[in-house]
Design a protein around this ligand. Sequence first.
Ligand code: FAD
Length: 511
Amino acid sequence: MSNNTSFDIIIVGSGHAGSCTAIAASDAGMKRILIVEKGPEGWVGGNGYFTAGAHRTVHGGLPDLLPLVTNVSAEQASQIDVEPYTAEQFTSDIMRLGQDKPDAALVKALVDGSRDAVQWLANRVKVPYTLAFNRQAYLVNGRQKFWGGLALSTRDGGKGLIETHRKALKEAGVETWFDTPAVEILLDGDAVSGLVVRKTGELVELHARAVVLACGGYEASRDLRKKYMGGNWDLAKVRGTPYNTGDGITLATAIGAALKGDFGGCHSTCWDANAPSDTGDRALSNQFTKSGYPLGLMLNAQGHRFVDEGEDFRNYTYAKFGRAILEQPGGFAFQVWDSRATKWLRDEEYGDGVVRKIWADSIEELAGRLQHEGLEDEAQFIQTIAHFNQAASQFQLAHPTAQWDPAVKDSLSTQGSGLSPPKSNWAMPIEQGPFLAVKVACGITFTFGGLAVDPDTAGVLSESSGKPIRGLFCTGELVGGLFYSNYPGGSGLTGGAVFARKAAREAAKLL
Ligand SMILES: Cc1cc2nc3c(=O)[nH]c(=O)nc-3n(C[C@H](O)[C@H](O)[C@H](O)COP(=O)(O)OP(=O)(O)OC[C@H]3O[C@@H](n4cnc5c(N)ncnc54)[C@H](O)[C@@H]3O)c2cc1C
């Protein structure tokens, strides 16, 4: 840690968005670049470290993606199907999942900047992209079929992503001060002039004409979750860093920044009920995720289903089903599969030693075992599965040519039976033992409410003037107005890079 107090740009947060900003600032000619990070060095990378490294981008299909990735041989390439993903599809996914509430200009900035940002990450930062066979494709009839508009991941997920960033930051001469939270933004008139940080217990004034807030949302603050989201959100389990406690909102609003977005909403998923509560685990990281529900059923403590598990691909439902689980009695649920589906479950999430698995040879026996895990109504659990099986079998009888296929929305459903909630795809009766259940809770990933920013410059807008506050920028999770209620998987990392590059370019103009 140097004793400099004067910088060209100061970035708050060492996650993916903060790291992208610092590297882009170096590209833009800035020399004295500082990242201040609240957590210790062992927690570098914030939530970015916990990600799967999934990046959603507009692309032209396999030929467009192949030059970016490092894990596909020419021979393998001939057995892979990746459909192009257009700007219209990306836009419509965000708007559809957000019930048309997302800010159209922000969404356009993200979508239009996505492909270029990914190219920059690959070329400049040297992010080791891979095609995500393990998460986003199924092997069907000898071909790897990608589904859900998302194909890119990074080698070693978030761990690999953050390691790559650290290397690039070092090469660019960027300093990072750990254990150094930002506590106040300094103003000279109405322009930003620096930041106060707490460094080795002392308050220290740092000077810079540009400050970029990349310090995440408020998902790790029980109090702010309760305040903004109500209900029993204080009980949700934190999936990532414990340091994202809403500081960016506090810092920016103290100098008159405007808030924007869905403060009652968040990204929350099916998460191992036995995972820690207030922090992610840097060893198991994202492996607590439990996203195999489209191939099975989810039942609550009273033995009832509560969502359409097959409503859409996992990418389009996983971010809202955490909330649905939290709303159930006791805030937990059981995921259940029969032996035909268990072999499709991903090892990272459901492998031996990763999650506690409850096996049984019959549904009755399974219900008995689940009583020890909190199932209150054994008879209802058995009846719910029986009703589902009846509905799924009826549909199959009426549609004998329909094929179960996890790589497409196969329309194998419970339609016509009146089952509520229905299962709209992948509805295969749960009837061939052995049967598997795992207990899941709600894991909160990040919050949707944040700061209002200018879509072209990532400048933070003033509450009173509606114009950017000179010298203050924002990127990553903290940008408000992009996502409402739900979120298409892989958009967060891409968005962080897009707005980081805009912020760095604009900040360079202030020098
Ligand atoms: C388990 C998990 C899996 C995910 N998987 C994906 C995925 O595959 N693809 C995807 O697109 N998104 C994914 N996400 C979401 C993704 O993490 C975010 O979109 C992205 O990483 C946010 O980047 P960020 O830099 O804004 O925030 P973060 O990476 O969280 O970084 C914020 C940093 O700011 C620091 N900080 C906080 N307050 C202060 C302060 N006062 N002073 C200084 N520093 C401060 C924090 O300690 C933290 O290091 C996942 C998230 C989790 C938790």
